[in-house]
Design a protein around this ligand. Structure first.
Ligand code: 3PG
Length: 327
């Protein structure tokens, strides 16, 4: 039997491998994290590829994958995939919206506490043998206003959690329609910016959201405000953010995502007021199990039965180049 190859060029959760292993028609190739060169080579025989945010599937990568039928994104953001090129080649792109939303929302709150109470710097200071209570005077969150940019699956959970600690929550989202249960008040962006002690972004990265929080927007925040980004690098202008921290206009920021990942050598890593983590929003055991299990099932459903679930480019199946590929 000619088996269909599923390539997983990243860390694969046991739940993902288990869900795929149940199908004899599939050959699983899971070498762990691959660099660009290794990935391009490995794509040559793949009928499906399952990726996370660290795998770039641009036009150059897709050109190395003549048999590819489906890209499974074990997570939500597909900004690391050239979806237009995939569509042109008849390759469907599937993702798992919501499966890691809780993890990302909880990480956002963890980052907010970390920046408000200077936890990383205080930890480092104590480990260095100092006991500096005055240096790490914190700020309470109860009664403060959180401004959310984006109230999709993650933003909504962040709103509930923030209200749980007594914050007032306001939101800007021109796409998600209002709902009677919304745990936030909606407003225009300039009004939101002018009143938010904390602003947190929860939108995908695309042409409309690139530098949504740019120099002009950061300047509209109140003195001493804090910026959180656990969504995507590029939504916040990092240079403008660094300037606003340096000038003292902003008290701090917490970033899980960066314009370039990893952000080694970049200015954003030079400020103790900017708390950073290496894109960990979706990295909980629970979320990885769930995204892994779901994307495996979706990839199998498409490869073996032609069924599409959470497909970001359904037109791919009818594109001129979208005819079934040889095995
Ligand atoms: C996502 O888009 O789902 C999150 O950013 C998590 O991405 P990762 O876990 O694949 O890095």
């Amino acid at each position: 039997m000619n088996r269909l190859q599923v390539l997983i060029p990243t860390r694969a959760a046991p739940e993902m491998l288990q869900a795929l292993a149940a199908h004899d028609e599939l050959e699983i190739v899971a070498p762990g994290n691959l660099n660009v060169e290794q990935l391009h080579k490995a794509l040559a025989h793949a009928h499906a590829v399952i990726i996370r945010s660290n795998n770039l599937l641009d036009a150059a990568a897709l050109a190395q994958a003549p048999r590819l039928r489906v890209i499974g994104r074990a997570g939500s953001g597909v900004d690391n995939v050239d979806v237009q090129e995939a569509t042109r080649r008849g390759v469907v792109v599937l993702n798992t919206p919501g499966a890691n939303a809780r993890a990302t929302a909880e990480h956002t709150l963890a980052m907010l506490f970390a920046v408000s109470r200077h936890i990383p710097a205080a930890h480092d200071s104590l480990h260095a043998g100092t006991w500096e209570k005055a240096r790490f005077l914190g700020t309470e969150l109860r009664g403060k206003t959180m401004g959310l940019l984006g109230v999709g699956r993650v933003g909504r959970i962040v709103a509930q959690l923030a209200r749980g600690i007594g914050m007032q929550v306001v939101a800007y989202d021109p796409y998600v329609p209002p709902h009677a249960d919304d745990p936030f008040e909606r407003m225009d962006l300039p009004v939101l910016l002018s009143m938010s002690h904390v602003v947190s972004v929860h939108v995908p990265l695309n042409e409309q959201t690139q530098h949504l929080l740019g120099r002009a927007e950061l300047a509209q925040l109140p003195q001493g405000a804090v910026v959180l980004n656990c969504a995507r690098g590029g939504i916040v202008d990092e240079e403008a953010l660094c300037d606003a921290i340096e000038s003292g206009h902003l008290a701090g920021a917490a970033l899980d995502v960066f314009e370039e990942e990893p952000p080694f050598g970049r200015r954003v890593l030079r400020f103790p007021q900017i708390v950073t983590t290496p894109h960990l929003g979706g990295s909980t055991r629970e979320a990885q199990g769930e995204v892994g299990r779901r994307i495996a099932q979706q990839v199998v459903a498409y490869l073996l039965r032609g069924e599409l679930q959470h497909c970001v480019n359904p037109h791919a199946v009818s594109s001129p180049d979208g005819a079934p590929r040889g095995t």
